[in-house]
Design a protein around this ligand. Structure first.
Ligand SMILES: Cc1cc2nc3c(=O)[nH]c(=O)nc-3n(C[C@H](O)[C@H](O)[C@H](O)COP(=O)(O)OP(=O)(O)OC[C@H]3O[C@@H](n4cnc5c(N)ncnc54)[C@H](O)[C@@H]3O)c2cc1C
Length: 410
């Protein structure tokens, strides 16, 4: 649907059941106002703004700190894409669909953001999640290998597999490390090159008439009007849309560290070192891409984290846990120094499903949130999906239902 069609639909929406939901599904922007204002320029909002702009709509992207600001979940140096999702088969399939979109965007962005590589899951037993995952890979015909301890030792001699019975190895066809921060900065640049407008501002819902939101209220007291609004505020969602999102979202902190690799030694770096998930000791990590071997001992954050005001200082207990792990699993990295630390947060939504739906109180407001600990990899696919929903293009009702607001509180 191009801009002319969208505006025609928007104008007709009050009288005809043309969009996904009847009656005032969208309003045409008043003179000079953008068709769509997207609040938040992380993986959800950044890709949504770009994809909406590519459909010919005038789009204003707002972020209170800027794309890839250090408080945002999408601002980590790296994030992984993988189809290994345990029992969450839907996301295995979606990740496989997202991979070719990343490859296309990488070519368009003219920057290396995708580092394809194997991803290793180490285990002692076939737990239910791994059994489901294997069935999903077989059903979707996604390639993988099962390696016993001896085969693992041969393939990855830099790792210690003494307590590992087998490895589930996902191939580079479905697994890669993404340079996340760079990808989001580039996405915003391309959005602006294509005519999108970006503004630094904190925005909350402003004036409304009935079920139509008319304006955003900005932190300087000014107002911005638009035809439709997308709130993609990630871990700020409970603050920005408290009545809807507070009962649905819980924010927790997570830490990860980069261990400096030995001088002149590339065994622990991409592409020699695969990304991994450890079902025995917990945690996950990636081979070094410029910054060091990345490992997070903290795969199950439980501590509340305020994304605006929390200090990003690592916890001594978790550092020690990580050091013991690196010493054990990577003998050649014994007592390696930590060269960088990151403290981040993710938002936990019910069943870890995304929340992408129309706001229950407004016909022209959308929520795109709930990325949790796994949303980044879907960015380009999410952008298209959100743009489809906002412009009224047909989407898969089962997916719409999965992402709906009406799933109760957590
Ligand atoms: C430690 C960690 C590791 C992860 N690893 C992976 C991984 O390997 N693979 C993967 O796919 N995913 C991973 N994730 C998850 C992924 O990073 C997130 O799901 C995703 O980045 C969320 O994107 P978002 O746009 O929803 O939120 P964010 O990136 O946080 O963006 C929200 C943006 O909205 C802005 N904002 C908020 N409120 C307002 C407002 N009122 N007005 C204006 N601007 C506002 C903020 O400034 C921010 O820039 C990880 C997350 C963490 C924390």
């Amino acid at each position: 649907m191009d801009r002319r069609d969208f505006l025609a639909l928007s104008a007709a929406a009050g009288s005809a059941n043309l969009l996904a939901r009847p009656a005032a599904a969208a309003v045409q922007a008043a003179g000079g106002a953008p068709d769509i204002a997207v609040v938040g320029a992380g993986a959800f909002g950044g890709w949504a703004a770009l994809c909406l702009r590519e459909r010919g709509l005038s789009v204003l992207s707002l972020d209170e700190y800027g794309p890839s600001n250090p408080r945002a979940s999408s601002a980590g140096e790296t994030r992984s894409i993988r189809s290994g999702y345990g029992a969450m088969a839907f996301y295995s399939e979606w990740a496989a669909q997202a991979m070719p979109l990343w490859e296309r965007r990488q070519a368009e962005f003219k920057r290396t953001i995708l580092y394809p590589n194997e991803r290793l899951e180490m285990a002692q037993v076939w737990n239910p999640a791994l059994l489901s995952q294997r069935a999903t890979f077989d059903r979707l015909k996604l390639p993988y290998e099962l390696l016993d301890r001896e085969a693992l030792r041969k393939r990855y001699p830099q790792m210690n597999f003494d307590d590992v019975e087998f490895g589930f190895v996902e191939t580079a066809k479905t697994a890669a490390v993404i340079k996340a921060r760079e990808a989001m900065i580039r996405a915003s640049e391309v959005f602006q090159d294509k005519g999108g407008r970006f503004q630094i501002a904190r925005a909350v819902p402003g004036e409304a008439r009935g079920r139509t939101l008319l304006t955003l209220k900005l932190n300087d007291g000014s107002a911005v009007s638009a035809g439709q609004f997308v709130f993609s505020c990630g871990p700020w969602s409970p603050k920005t849309l408290p009545t809807i999102m507070k009962p649905l979202i819980h924010i927790v902190r997570s830490e990860y560290y980069y261990w400096g690799v030995p001088a002149g030694d590339d065994r622990f770096s991409w592409p020699h070192q695969p990304a991994w998930h450890d079902h025995i000791d917990g945690g996950y990590g990636f081979g070094s891409i410029e910054r060091g071997l990345k490992y997070s001992p903290d795969d199950n954050g439980e501590v509340y984290h305020d994304p605006d005001n929390a200090e990003r200082l690592p916890t001594p207990y978790l550092i020690e846990k990580g050091r013991l792990y690196v010493n054990k699993r990577f003998p050649g990295m014994r007592d390696a120094p930590i060269v960088e630390t990151r403290v981040c947060q993710w938002e936990i939504a019910p069943k870890e499903d995304f929340i992408i739906d129309r706001h229950p109180d407004y016909d022209n407001v959308w929520i795109a949130s709930g990325g949790g600990s796994h949303g980044f990899k879907f960015g380009p696919l999410l952008g298209d999906y959100i743009a489809d929903r906002v412009t009224g293009r047909a989407t898969n009702p089962a997916i719409d239902q999965r992402f709906s607001v009406k799933r109760g509180s957590i």
